[in-house]
Design a protein. Structure first.
Length: 216
């Protein structure tokens, strides 16, 4: 029988990784459909995938035939249809702070390290491999510094207090990417402490890029 939920994902896409964690935390089973972001010029650019996400990015979650792209929109949807366990606190101010943490990753870091951005920097602006690496590091450091300052005030066992929230689901994949890009992390002890606390939890372990069917 076809699965009710289908996730279009790329194993090392940090935005896909966030959604895999959320689906696991909410115990939602799904069919995994890989989209290779580099092969054949990037499968996300194909006409069929473009119908699912006009921005030509993963992830895209299909539920009951409806495509939803943008990990924040997917989190919001999952929280509405399957509230337990809550990934956003119910208290409005707390909820806003968790969203703020997510958005530091989602708007302040990740878009600036995207494959399409790197390709544009190289093609149009002549960036060398070294310059692209430095670019990625710079934006990671700016965002991580903000996360460190914020988490010093909000962290308990996890990023926001003692319950796992969406903030943890966004931080773990970002640290995975930062490590892949060689970003030095020693100046962010609170972020790392949170990362180490959550990465051990089963929903996070199962969502790890190395555990995905398209892992290389
Ligand atoms: N804000 C989006 C970001 C999605 C995104 O940037 N996905 C990347 C992989 S992590 C992608 O598909 N990149 C394809 C490309 O750059 O061509 C979300 O949260 O879903």
């Amino acid at each position: 029988m076809a699965s009710e939920f289908v996730l279009y994902s790329y194993y090392r896409s940090s935005a896909s990784y966030r959604v895999r964690i959320a689906l696991n935390l909410k115990n939602i089973k799904y069919e995994y459909r890989p989209v290779h972001l580099l092969n054949n010029g990037g499968e996300q650019h194909g006409p069929e995938y473009r119908k699912l996400n006009p921005l030509k990015q993963v992830p895209c979650l299909i539920h009951a035939g409806h495509p939803i792209a943008q990990s924040m929109a997917i989190f919001d949807y999952l929280e509405n249809i399957s509230p337990e366990p809550h990934l956003f606190p119910l208290e409005p101010f707390d909820r806003a702070v968790v969203t703020q943490i997510c958005e530091i990753v989602n708007s302040g870091i990740q878009p600036l390290q995207n494959a399409a951005v790197m390709q544009e920097l190289e093609k149009t602006y002549g960036f060398s491999a070294e310059q692209k690496k430095n670019w990625i590091k710079e934006w990671n450091h700016r965002g991580l510094r903000a996360l460190e300052d914020l988490l010093k005030m909000t962290a308990g066992d996890y990023a926001f207090g003692d319950d796992v929230t969406a903030a943890d689901c966004f931080i773990v994949p970002q640290i995975f990417s930062a490590r892949r890009f060689g970003v030095e992390l020693e100046n962010y002890p609170t972020v790392l402490q949170v990362y180490h606390a959550v990465e051990e939890l089963e929903p996070f372990v199962l969502a790890h890029p190395s555990r995905q069917p398209d892992s290389e």
